[in-house]
Design a protein around this ligand. Sequence first.
Ligand SMILES: *Cc1c(COP(=O)(O)O)cnc(C)c1O
Length: 235
Amino acid sequence: MEKSLNECFDENYARIQSEIIRAAEKSGRDPQEITLLAATKTVSVEVINHAIESGLQVIGENRVQELLSKYDAFLPVEKHLIGHLQTNKVKDVVGKVTLIHSVDSLKLAAAIQKQAEKLGIVQRVLIEVNIGGEESKSGVCPDEVLPLMEEIAAMPNVFVCGLMAIPPICNRPEENRKYFSKMRQMFLDIRAKKMDNSSMEILSMGMSDDFAVAIEEGATLVRVGTALFGKRNYN
Ligand SMILES: *Cc1c(COP(=O)(O)O)cnc(C)c1O
């Protein structure tokens, strides 16, 4: 008989958890420092809820609309927005997610500040860095991270917890090691500055194909979709 989606998830989840432990130990890190976020775009609420019942603690959706359409059906779980966020969708997501991974402009940060202030909350965010310098990608250039954070330091309702990156698509995970390593250096340099409204505790990098390399280079959160849930129909 064919395996059900839930059985596939169970096998994948067990394998990925052990790969995370192996990558952490290989680089002398405590596996407990690393959060596995399940990237759940296109995955049904039934499968996601099975994953939550199996112990998954953090999920990330890409699109605000898809997040909202599933939102009320999720079992209790920490929810993040990991995809690009348009300024006009900010009001739909602020306060609904623990973390927004994709802040990449002053305009977006200002819109989040405005909405968070209105709700009387502090929204936690990451700065998305275009570490490969790709024209087609969102994210700020490495040189613009600090200036952006200096502006956000004056926004009392936005708190920067760290950095996020999506390196270029590559054939072998090893090809991204240099980008992960650059991200870690930037993360540590900024952390040393102890800026206002910022803590630099989360380094979000590594996906299905390269999360082990990302962990070896210092990721504290990996975002894994395909390797947990199987291939998607769209990207
Ligand atoms: C889809 C997605 C992931 C997961 O990608 P996989 O290759 O399926 O593991 C991670 N981060 C972001 C921002 C994504 O959109």
